[in-house]
Design a protein around this ligand. Structure first.
Ligand SMILES: C[S@@+](CC[C@H](N)C(=O)[O-])C[C@H]1O[C@@H](n2cnc3c(N)ncnc32)[C@H](O)[C@@H]1O
Length: 279
């Protein structure tokens, strides 16, 4: 039985740091730019509440998705917050699996996505290699593997805190203050590039929720990731950077660039491993 407090924790997380619409959009864009066709099957690694998997199947009647997470609680919250709200016919096309991402799946995907820097959980190069190998094996002969990645000097500055105020975006309370979100970079060890980071919430009624989510990450760099992707067999590695201006609806626009951007202290990119069928 799910507890209200648990559901609320993930609701706040999603409102503060996730945007499934944008994440699905970039997966579609990257696939189309590489293969000039529509992707149909998505594998969402580290799916948490599976918001991306559920959004995916609403974008076309042949779309299928499967989300992998080791945390049964996150998967149950995903069922409650997202999957059960889909039309029955859409729901059939989303599978949520309690499975380690280190194990390849029998079902093959057009796109594998690992969002919100989740792969930083792997601290050793060997683990990263195993993970990328599993992703490679889970892709069809033409496929893309997207790694949402944060970096820049600001992302390894510690101690550092950043706070934002989040308002309700729908319902009767739309526009009213909901909670304050704090991103806290508690410590960073440059020797191992190990960052201990956490998320705190403070509700409008003053209730504080310290360390609602805690991360012990290796902050991998783009060239390190690129080398491991090539080593497991990806044919190409591409990096998508955010453009200066968002689109008309305010969503960030990403485009593939050959050279990185050092203008900003902290950035988010999508590193993409491209698997191509033999010519
Ligand atoms: C940062 S959350 C990401 C949630 C969501 N996908 C997002 O983009 O915001 C990381 C998730 O990865 C899961 N996780 C950690 N290690 C994993 C593993 N080896 N295999 C599958 N899931 C894992 C955790 O349970 C957690 O739900």
């Amino acid at each position: 039985m799910l507890k209200r407090r648990v559901v609320d924790k993930y609701r706040l997380y999603e409102a503060a740091v996730q945007d499934a619409n944008q994440q699905v959009g970039i997966a579609e864009q990257v696939y189309k730019e590489n293969f000039h066709s529509e992707p149909q099957v998505l594998k969402e690694d580290f799916c948490g509440t599976s918001w991306i998997s559920c959004e995916w199947v609403t974008r076309g009647e042949h779309r299928e998705s499967f989300g992998l997470d080791i945390d049964v609680e996150a998967l149950e919250v995903g069922e409650y917050l997202h999957r059960r709200h889909l039309a029955p016919e859409q729901r059939k096309r989303v599978k949520l699996l309690r499975q380690n991402v280190l194990q390849p799946t029998a079902k093959k995907a057009d796109a594998v996505a690992a969002c919100n820097f989740s792969y930083f959980i792997f601290q050793q190069r060997g683990e990263l290699l195993d993970y990328f190998h599993a992703a490679y094996e889970s892709l069809k002969s033409n496929g893309v593997f997207l790694l949402e990645t944060a970096g820049g000097p600001g992302f390894v500055e510690a101690p550092y805190k950043e706070t934002r105020s989040i308002k309700h975006s729908a319902g009767k309370k739309k526009g009213k203050k909901w909670f304050r979100y704090t991103w806290h970079q508690r410590s960073f060890d440059p020797q191992y590039r190990r960052g201990l980071y956490s998320i705190h919430f403070e509700l409008a009624n003053g209730k504080k929720w310290k360390d609602a989510f805690v991360y012990d990450w290796r902050i991998w760099t783009i060239p390190e990731v690129r080398d491991v992707l090539l080593e497991v067999g990806f044919d190409d590695v591409q990096v998508y950077w955010e453009e200066d201006d968002p689109d008309e609806e305010g969503y960030p626009i990403y485009s593939r660039r050959e050279q990185g951007d050092s203008e900003f202290d902290t950035w988010i990119v999508y590193i993409v491993g491209v698997k191509k069928s033999p010519a």
